[in-house]
Write a protein that binds this ligand. Structure first.
Ligand code: ADP
Length: 237
């Protein structure tokens, strides 16, 4: 559905590119992406949703180049992006307004948008959160509400940037349960191996500007080495 073809990207102030001649296709499945800090995982996701434009190469959606603003709007209609920092995603006074914002923007009436929002919150176990003040929520609650704002727009693909950062263990487990039950393609960047193990079926490693698939044997070895599970660390295939 989404594809980066021979993409290079360098931040304006940076001496060298973060990603070079990168090919990456998001097929219909649940992908995890791992890689050391600063290797360009967030940059990769931002390129995939058009938040950054490649210096060279191209972003394609359903095989068509994403060039115009209309192309980008069409892409954003299908792809939801959960930011690493929920405060980048939540801006309305109340939870209901935040979650209804997307459906309203898509042309639903206020009553329909509110109904979609209530329903989405309920599905995420957030019934009763409607009138809560967004900026007073805990970090974990914010993460789930941010996810609700995206799911209310019914995307076909969900991209998640380090979703377990700063999450308490209960919310982390809730997020695992929610993501597993979502009938929707997902790309998840995380250093939390155990989380990816639960939520994804294919694993890619990003290293020195290149991305490659990790095979099942490496995942298997990893499981044996880290049976206890979820302490954050990096893995170099
Ligand atoms: P990751 O998500 O893998 O930790 P990032 O994609 O956030 O990596 O960053 C990749 C590299 O680009 C890092 O060296 C980072 O410091 C640099 N970088 C990220 N954002 C910017 C920016 N806005 N301007 C300049 N350099 C940046």
């Amino acid at each position: 559905m989404l594809e980066l073809r021979q993409v290079s990207y360098r931040y304006p102030q940076a001496a060298s590119p973060v990603l070079e001649d990168l090919d990456f296709t998001v097929a219909d499945s649940r992908l995890g992406i791992i890689g050391p800090n600063g290797c360009g995982k967030t940059t990769l996701l931002h390129l995939l949703v058009g938040l950054l434009r490649p210096d060279r190469g191209e972003l394609l959606c359903h095989g068509q180049p994403v060039r115009s603003r209309a192309d980008l709007r069409a892409l954003r209609r299908e792809v939801g992006f959960l930011f690493q920092n929920s405060d980048d995603q939540l801006f309305s006074p109340t939870v209901l307004e935040d979650v209804a914002f997307g459906p309203l923007n898509l042309g639903h009436s206020p009553a329909e948008a509110a109904e979609i929002a209530v329903h989405t919150l309920e599905n995420l176990g957030l019934h009763g959160f409607e009138e809560r003040i967004t900026h007073r929520l805990s970090g974990g609650e914010k993460k789930l509400v941010a996810l609700a704002t995206i799911l209310a727009m019914r995307p076909k693909l969900l991209l998640l940037d380090e979703p377990t950062n700063n999450l308490d263990p209960q919310t982390r487990q809730r997020l695992i349960d929610i993501l597993k039950n979502l009938d929707l393609s997902q790309v998840i960047i995380s250093h939390d191996w155990n989380f990816l193990d639960h939520t994804t079926t294919a694993l890619y490693a990003l290293e020195e500007g290149r991305i490659h698939r990790c095979d099942a044997a490496q995942i298997h070895v990893h499981r044996h080495l880290h049976r206890a599970g979820d302490h954050p660390h990096h893995h170099h295939p």
